[in-house]
Design a protein around this ligand. Structure first.
Ligand code: NAD
Length: 244
């Protein structure tokens, strides 16, 4: 039996990019997977799809209840829904800080709060948060986004400490620049998208962007009993960006 067989997983932001690749990988390996997203319509069988906005507590409660009913319980929560923000502290007004925090940080808090009672009933409970190298790398023009991911990193450590004795592991992945629709949208907004992509690739130690499937592999590892003694860690999936 595979390490994923029988696992019941919920992936937020699971209709695109890293979340979609994660949901598909977990399902391929034998898990039952539900996706929660603002727009779950791109998701097809065998994934179960639920519409929810992680900034809206009532919609999260409703979607998680429906997903857990479909799955017959919950072993794995992948807190992945997130949005970007560019600029220095001078560029974003307070309401933009609140908006991005609401998705990237409070979205995880709301979803986790509702999932914890179900995870306590699991023999293999794991939470994996999608963080970023932005949490620790000091990237230029990313003050707000980095601050949200710094919060996700701290939240991961705190949640790991709070829930380890309940048998719930909590870890995060710190991706570098990943080739997802999000990055595609940023490149498309540049005057010369192809040149911008080439410049971005040239800045990577590997000469290429990280793939969504590679981040999914790290999330799947942290979600499964393969990492059964690992909690409170951040796994970098950045093609060597950090520390170079
Ligand atoms: P993406 O835009 O391709 O996918 C994000 C998904 O989240 C979308 O399906 C979107 O509908 C959903 N979503 C957004 N706001 C939501 C909300 N309020 N409620 C429910 N769902 C919502 O992006 P991606 O690149 O796959 O990013 C996924 C995660 O990975 C994010 O947390 C992001 O911060 C993180 N990340 C991405 C990169 C990268 O380079 N792409 C790097 C590091 C970290």
């Amino acid at each position: 039996m595979s390490d994923f067989e029988g696992l019941r997983a919920l992936v937020t932001g699971g209709a695109s990019g890293i979340g979609r690749a994660t949901a598909e990988l977990l399902a391929e390996r034998g898990a039952q997977v539900a996706v929660l997203d603002l727009d779950p319509s791109p998701v097809g069988k065998p994934l179960l799809a639920h519409r929810a906005d992680v900034t809206d507590d009532a919609s999260v409660r409703e979607a998680v209840a429906a997903a857990v009913a479909d799955l017959g319980g919950l072993d794995v929560l992948v807190n992945n829904a997130g949005i970007g923000a560019q600029g220095t502290v001078e560029d974003n007004p307070d309401d933009e800080w609140h908006r991005v925090y609401d998705v990237n940080v409070l979205g995880m808090v709301r979803t986790t709060r509702v999932c914890l009672p179900h995870l306590r009933a699991s023999a293999h409970a794991a939470i994996v948060n999608t963080c970023s190298i932005a949490a620790t790398a000091g990237l230029p023009q990313r003050a707000l986004y980095s601050a949200t991911k710094g919060a996700v990193y701290s939240l991961t450590l705190a949640m790991a400490a709070d829930h380890v004795r309940e048998g719930i592991r909590v870890n995060c992945v710190n991706p570098g620049t990943v080739d997802t629709p999000w990055v595609g949208r940023l490149l498309d907004a540049a005057p010369d998208p192809a040149a911008e992509r080439a410049a971005l690739e040239a800045r990577q130690p590997t000469g290429r962007l990280v793939s969504a499937a590679e981040v999914a592999g790290a999330i799947a590892y942290l979600a499964s009993p393969l990492s059964g003694a690992t909690t409170g860690t951040a796994l970098a999936v950045d093609g060597g960006m950090q520390g170079l």
